[in-house]
Design a protein. Structure first.
Length: 402
């Protein structure tokens, strides 16, 4: 905490925070979180097993661990911290040395809760849901700090869906830090849907380590919040480790969405495929940084990044920064980034076939974003995510005129 206070919040001079405005955050005060009040119907479509957090605190009444597969352990961090075995909470021991890691430092100092999900060797874990709800509460704007762990032992498999939901109008700050550890030949499908309230601030960071022949499939849908920033750092340490990480940044109104990828290839014959799509309407701003590092000795690496973006109004802004740093021979690496508008010829074609302008725009924007859903093989999972994405895309026309 002392280190965080001394460094202060990073400003535009910090390359890592160049596109994330924090001046307004500096002037705000936050109270300790109190339980929020929201309609329980918000969770009606989220089946068990699920672990629910209400304004950063574990909610036992709304959680439901029935149907948890054999070999899967799911607990709130607050319960583990009460355990006498110090090894149960050793994820809190990590230090963050760089000044720009101020939110990670604050999290390390203040985190008291989060989700701890572990899968035993060879276990088929099914699907688990982690639900984080921000909701209006007494005491005004609050800040909470969550520390999560997803750990799969050798040969294990699991699907995880994170729901970050707004349960009413609020301006809280959520600061989460997640660790993902995949042992050899483990397979994880991980979807994160950020759909917070329009006034919320969401700061999230995911640090993942992949062992030999492990496979990490991930999708991030950034759909809500006034200010949302997510850092996804993945270290492919093991030979033949694979990362397939896609995402959508959907900025409307005056929202600011920022995603920063840091992919580190260490082991031989590792692979990453990254497909990200961004859309900005109204006076919103979306920023994307895709950094890929291929270290010396990581021969046989294949790294591909595609970031395409659509500007849907004159007042919107999109910044994209793909970066490749290669220190090995015998690799395949490429990146591509574009910022443009909807294809006028495609719009004309659909209009000429009798479609109204609004419907034609909706068809084109949906096709543009749905490509990212191909990261998952599970048809049921893809369908559920497609439904949520389409619902968010339906609000684009309203956002374009904001």
């Amino acid at each position: 905490m002392e280190a965080a206070l001394q460094a202060g919040l990073p400003h535009a001079r910090s390359e890592a925070w160049k596109y994330t405005p924090l001046r307004n955050l500096e002037r705000r005060r936050y109270a300790a979180p109190q339980p929020g009040v929201f309609d329980a119907a918000l969770l009606a479509t989220i089946p068990a097993p699920r672990l629910v957090f209400n304004n950063g605190r574990y909610d036992a009444a709304l959680s439901d661990l029935s149907g948890l597969a054999a070999g899967v352990s799911l607990q709130p961090l607050s319960q583990l911290l009460a355990d006498e075995d110090a090894r149960a909470s050793n994820i809190l021991e990590r230090r963050y040395e760089r000044p720009e890691e101020v939110f990670a430092r604050v999290n390390a100092a203040l985190a008291e809760d989060g989700a701890v999900l572990k899968v035993a060797s060879g276990a088929q874990g099914g699907t688990v849901r982690l639900v984080f709800v921000g909701a209006p509460a007494q005491g005004g704007d609050a800040a909470w700090h969550l520390r999560n762990l997803i750990e799969l032992q050798e040969g294990a498999s699991l699907s995880v869906i994170e729901h970050q939901l707004g349960g009413g109008e609020h301006s809280h700050l959520g600061n989460s830090l997640s660790h993902v550890h995949l042992s050899p030949r483990a397979t994880l499908a991980h979807a994160r849907v950020q759909d917070e309230a329009i006034g919320a601030v969401s700061i999230a960071r995911t640090d993942a380590v992949l062992s030999r022949e492990s496979v990490y499939r991930r999708l991030d849908l950034e759909l809500g919040a006034a200010l949302s920033r997510h850092e996804l750092n993945v270290a492919l340490h093991g030979e033949a480790a694979q990362l397939h990480a896609n995402g959508v940044l959907l900025a409307t109104g005056k929202r600011h969405l920022d995603t920063r990828l840091g992919i580190d290839h260490v082991g031989r014959d590792s692979r990453c495929d990254l497909v990200w799509r961004g859309m900005a309407a109204g006076r919103s701003r979306a920023a994307f940084h895709g950094g890929i590092l291929i270290r010396e000795g990581a021969d046989g690496t294949a790294a591909m990044l595609s970031n395409k973006n659509l500007l849907l109004s004159e007042g919107a802004e999109i910044d994209t920064q793909p970066v490749l740093e290669i220190h090995a021979d015998e690799v395949q690496a490429a990146h591509g980034a574009t910022v443009g508008q909807l294809d006028a010829n495609a719009l004309f074609y659909l209009r000429s076939r009798g479609l109204p302008a609004e419907q034609a725009r909706s068809l084109l924007t949906a096709a543009f974003c749905r490509e990212t859903l191909s990261v998952f093989d599970d048809a049921e999972l893809r369908a559920a995510l497609e439904t949520r994405l389409d619902a968010a895309l339906n609000g684009l026309d309203e956002g374009a005129g904001a």
